[in-house]
Design a protein around this ligand. Sequence first.
Ligand code: S3P
Length: 428
Amino acid sequence: MLKTVKKLNKGLKGEIIIPSDKSISHRAVMFSSIAKGECIVRNFSSGADCHSTLNLFKQLGVDISFIDDKTLKIRSTGNLIPSNNNNNIYPCGNSGTTMRLVSGILAGQNFDSTLTGDKSLSRRPMKRVIEPLTLMGADITSVDGHAPLTIRGRKLHGIDYNSKLASAQVKSCILLAGLNAEGKTIFTEPYISRDHTERLFNYLEADIKTEGTKVTITPSQMVAKDIDVVGDISSAAFFIVAGLIVEGSDFVIKNVGINPTRSGILDVVKRMGGGIEILNERIVSGEPCADIRVQYNDSLKGCVIEGEDIPRLIDELPVIAVLASQAEGNTVVRNAEDLRNKESDRIKCLVEELTKIGVNIEETRDGFIIRGETELSGGAELESYHDHRLAMSFYIAGLVCKNEIAINGFEWTKISFPEFETLINHLG
Ligand code: S3P
C-alpha cells in the first residue's frame, strides 16, 4: 500500500494514550502460558507480532480467550501439549521475539517442534540462540543458522554463558530454557539490554537474581498473576520526534513505559536539548510508567549515540535519524551493527531512503552520521522494505518535508502499531 504524507502546517496538539508495549505483551502471553493457574492480561498489543505469539500458545494447548479486544484470559496447567494436527509446525510470522524466546521454551519440552517464519524472519540470524541452547544440551537443526528451526525437545542443563551481544531476545531465550533445566543458569551480557523478562519473572515468583549485567535463574515454577501492560515507548518515540520537529506542537502522550533499559531515547532528546517533561511517574505490574509532555524545539543540537546507549534505544534509531536531520551539527551513531539484522538492514535501507528526501546521512559499518539542520525536500517515493519501524519513521519525516512523499508498504505498520495513523490524525 502506497501512503502519501504531506507537510503539516500547524502543530500537533492534545493528548493520546499510547498503545500496549510489544515486548511486554509477548512476554505476558508466553510466561502466563507456562505459569500455573489463571490470569487476566490487560492492554494486550493489537500488533500482528504479538498475535503470532498468542496463536502459537493456543496451538500448544493453552486456554486463551479474549474478554474484549485488549483483554485476555489465560488458563494453563503449566504444561504445553504438542499440536499433532499441524505436524508440530508453529509459525512465528514476522516476529523475531516470538521465534527466539519460544525456542528457549520448546528446546526443553518432551516433544519435537518446528518454528517457521515469513521471508524477513527467515533471513534473520538464529545462531545467537542456537549456540547457547546447544551448550545447554538442546538439539536444534536450522538452515545455516536461519529458520525454519527444528527442535527435538529434551531435558536441558544449566550453563554459565557470557554473551558477546547485548540482546534481550538472546537473554530471555536462555532464561526461559534455564527455568526448566537441571541446575542454575547464569547469563552475562556486555551492557544491560531490556529487562522485561527479569521483571516479569520476579513478579510471577520465578527464582531469578540480577547483579548488574549478570542474571541467574534457578529452575522454578511460575505462578499466574494478572498483568497490566504499559504503553510502548518504541511507539511513543514516533510521536516524541514528531512533537519536537513539527513547529507549534505541544501535546501529552499518556501511559508510556519508561523502564530505564528502554528509555535511551529520552536521554538522547535531553542531550539534544529537546523539550520533554515526565509526568505522573508510577509502577504498573513491575514496570515504570509515566505521561510525557512534548513541545516543539527549534534549537536541537546533534550528539553522539554509542556503547551502552545502543541496547536502550535500538528500535528507535530510525526515527532518531529523522530527529537528527532537524538538529544543528552532527549526530554520530556507533556500535549499532546489529541494526543490520532487524526486520530489514536498518542501516543500509535507512540511509538509502532518507537520502532521497534530502537528509545528509552517511552509512558507516556500525551506524550512520547525520549532518543536520537540513530542510527536507521530500518529493520522492520511499520503500519501507516491509519494515514497520522504517515505514513509521518515514511518515514522521514526511510531516516536515517541503513536498509530499509516498511510502511503499505502509501496511507493515500493523506489525507493532496498527493505531499509528489514527493517533497522528487525532493530534493533527
Ligand atoms: C526485543 C529485543 C530487541 C528489539 C526487539 C524486541 C525484545 O531485539 O530490537 O524489537 O522484546 O526482547 P534484540 O534482543 O535482538 O536486540
